[in-house]
Design a binder for this molecule. Structure first.
Ligand SMILES: [Zn+2]
Length: 99
Protein backbone atom coordinates (compact mmCIF):
# COMPACT_ATOMS: atom_id res chain seq x y z
CA UNK A 1 0.00 0.00 0.00
CA UNK A 2 1.48 3.33 -1.03
CA UNK A 3 -0.07 6.52 0.23
CA UNK A 4 1.01 10.07 -0.50
CA UNK A 5 2.65 11.46 2.64
CA UNK A 6 0.88 14.79 2.14
CA UNK A 7 -2.70 14.11 1.01
CA UNK A 8 -2.84 10.43 2.14
CA UNK A 9 -4.38 9.40 -1.18
CA UNK A 10 -3.81 5.76 -2.05
CA UNK A 11 -1.76 5.44 -5.25
CA UNK A 12 -2.84 3.10 -8.03
CA UNK A 13 -0.52 0.55 -9.68
CA UNK A 14 -0.08 2.98 -12.58
CA UNK A 15 0.78 5.88 -10.26
CA UNK A 16 3.42 3.74 -8.54
CA UNK A 17 4.94 2.65 -11.86
CA UNK A 18 5.71 6.33 -12.46
CA UNK A 19 8.27 6.23 -9.63
CA UNK A 20 10.44 3.89 -11.70
CA UNK A 21 9.94 5.83 -14.93
CA UNK A 22 11.44 8.97 -13.41
CA UNK A 23 15.24 9.00 -13.48
CA UNK A 24 15.59 11.29 -10.47
CA UNK A 25 13.76 8.82 -8.21
CA UNK A 26 11.21 11.46 -7.32
CA UNK A 27 7.69 11.72 -8.65
CA UNK A 28 4.89 14.23 -8.15
CA UNK A 29 1.70 13.01 -6.48
CA UNK A 30 -0.97 12.84 -9.24
CA UNK A 31 -3.55 14.13 -6.72
CA UNK A 32 -1.90 16.98 -4.79
CA UNK A 33 1.31 17.55 -6.83
CA UNK A 34 3.52 17.09 -3.73
CA UNK A 35 6.92 15.64 -4.51
CA UNK A 36 7.24 12.03 -3.34
CA UNK A 37 10.25 9.72 -3.14
CA UNK A 38 10.81 6.00 -2.86
CA UNK A 39 11.22 5.21 0.85
CA UNK A 40 14.44 3.72 2.18
CA UNK A 41 12.70 0.42 2.97
CA UNK A 42 11.30 0.21 -0.57
CA UNK A 43 14.75 1.00 -2.03
CA UNK A 44 16.27 -1.88 -0.04
CA UNK A 45 13.48 -4.25 -1.12
CA UNK A 46 13.94 -3.18 -4.74
CA UNK A 47 17.65 -4.00 -4.50
CA UNK A 48 16.87 -7.49 -3.22
CA UNK A 49 14.09 -8.12 -5.74
CA UNK A 50 16.40 -7.10 -8.61
CA UNK A 51 18.67 -10.02 -7.64
CA UNK A 52 16.05 -12.32 -9.18
CA UNK A 53 17.32 -11.33 -12.66
CA UNK A 54 20.95 -12.56 -12.29
CA UNK A 55 19.62 -15.66 -10.49
CA UNK A 56 17.40 -16.59 -13.46
CA UNK A 57 20.42 -16.03 -15.75
CA UNK A 58 22.89 -18.15 -13.76
CA UNK A 59 20.84 -20.77 -11.92
CA UNK A 60 19.80 -22.88 -14.97
CA UNK A 61 23.41 -23.11 -16.29
CA UNK A 62 24.48 -26.27 -14.35
CA UNK A 63 21.31 -28.04 -15.49
CA UNK A 64 21.95 -27.61 -19.23
CA UNK A 65 18.53 -26.05 -19.84
CA UNK A 66 17.68 -25.58 -23.54
CA UNK A 67 18.31 -21.97 -24.64
CA UNK A 68 14.69 -21.05 -25.54
CA UNK A 69 13.59 -22.26 -22.09
CA UNK A 70 16.42 -20.35 -20.42
CA UNK A 71 15.46 -17.13 -22.24
CA UNK A 72 11.81 -17.65 -21.26
CA UNK A 73 12.93 -18.00 -17.64
CA UNK A 74 14.93 -14.73 -17.81
CA UNK A 75 11.99 -12.88 -19.39
CA UNK A 76 9.64 -14.23 -16.69
CA UNK A 77 12.20 -13.14 -14.07
CA UNK A 78 12.30 -9.60 -15.46
CA UNK A 79 8.47 -9.39 -15.57
CA UNK A 80 8.30 -10.68 -11.95
CA UNK A 81 10.89 -8.09 -10.85
CA UNK A 82 9.02 -5.21 -12.51
CA UNK A 83 5.66 -6.22 -10.99
CA UNK A 84 7.17 -6.86 -7.53
CA UNK A 85 9.04 -3.55 -7.53
CA UNK A 86 5.88 -1.60 -8.38
CA UNK A 87 3.86 -3.54 -5.79
CA UNK A 88 6.48 -2.85 -3.09
CA UNK A 89 6.58 0.94 -3.65
CA UNK A 90 6.36 2.87 -0.39
CA UNK A 91 6.42 6.63 -0.44
CA UNK A 92 8.39 9.12 1.56
CA UNK A 93 8.08 12.88 1.70
CA UNK A 94 11.85 13.36 1.52
CA UNK A 95 14.77 11.81 -0.29
CA UNK A 96 16.28 8.90 1.68
CA UNK A 97 19.69 7.46 0.90
CA UNK A 98 21.11 3.99 1.45
CA UNK A 99 24.50 4.52 3.14
ZN1 LIG B 1 -0.71 13.69 -2.60
Amino acid sequence: MARCTKCQTEWTFKDKAGVFKSLSGSVKCPYCRAEQFLSLKAQKQTGLVNMIIPVTMLLPLPFGLPLPLHITLIVLGIITVVILNITLVKLSGKKEYII
